[in-house]
Design a protein around this ligand. Sequence first.
Ligand code: ADP
Ligand code: MG
Length: 367
Amino acid sequence: TPIIEVRNLVKRFRRESGAVVHAIDDVSFTVGTGDFVVLLGPSGCGKTTLLRAIAGLETPDQGTIRIGGRTQYSSAERIAVPPERRNISMVFQSYALWPHMTAFDNVAYPLRSRRGRPGKREIAERVRAALELVGVGELERQYPGQLSGGQQQRIALARALVSNDELVLFDEPLSNVDAKVREQLRFELLSMQRKLGFSALFVTHDQTEAMELAHRIAVLDSGRIVQFGTPQEIYARPATRYVAKFIGAINESLGTVAVIEGNVATVDTDLGRVVGRTHGRTATVGERVAVMWRPERAVLTRDEPSTVNRWPGSVTASLFVGSHTEYVVTLADGDARLWSPRSDVVAPGSSAWVSVTEEDVLVLPVD
Ligand code: ADP
Ligand code: MG
């Protein structure tokens, strides 16, 4: 059985102005046992509300939530299991540690407050093991106010892991720690997950973080899941223009479909005719679409290439960033970005050609 099954979940809020917000708008998805799933979307798209509904901290209006095959919430069956009986751990953005308790007591808290509370010695062993696991064994006697943000978040992590729950929910836990610590904690979190075997649902607005952590990503837009897939699928085959732009850098030109042959669309744009792929999505002649391509899939040359999609332009900037060079090329309809492993292709100020194979051009509807 999957660890999480959410079906047709709806949660509305009424603002003080009287306006109704569809924070969760008919969401359905499944998280497999042992999976690491990331909910990704901009601020205000409903991530926290969805996580809180799963934890039982927010009561939905409609739908069902099952954890490990057991119904935790069902509007039809009038079931709403209280949060403390769902056996789920949660890590918040604002560490949420008790300021008057030591690190040890903070981590011991969930063990002491649940039913079937273990004995004193077992509590001490488990708390120390959890603190060791997150690399702060030496801080057990410190109070949160004496610790850095990164250390506090490690203690919050230890507190979430100490109960050995099968499911751990994370609400942007790394966004308050500085960049270096954040990257390190991402790696550590993945190895802890492999070691302990818990299933994770992790919320973030940071697409890089989502790509690094996730087995699968659910992209949220205004309370709806617009795509659910592996990071590779979402990057290479974004389902919508919104997803394409939200994840990774991408160039686009707007145009109208002129010819459709199976998965191949020919589009009239200000760059001329561009040939790309619809990837199974139905497109119709005359439809307004965007043709999009990733900066690292484009090729920059001094001489005119023979590729079908080739556009003349002039190089306005070249930025050497070590691993590659980022070029800005002004084309007939505006600036395009492209990344090349070489830094010496064309000097800024010169004219050049940009080419992209049809396999690397995505054709997506403009809504
Ligand atoms: P995210 O975590 O993705 O930033 P939230 O789940 O916090 O998004 O919020 C989703 C939407 O629901 C937002 O428009 C937010 O203003 C609204 N919202 C969240 N909680 C409440 C509340 N308690 N009362 C009214 N509106 C709320
Ligand atoms: Mg939030």
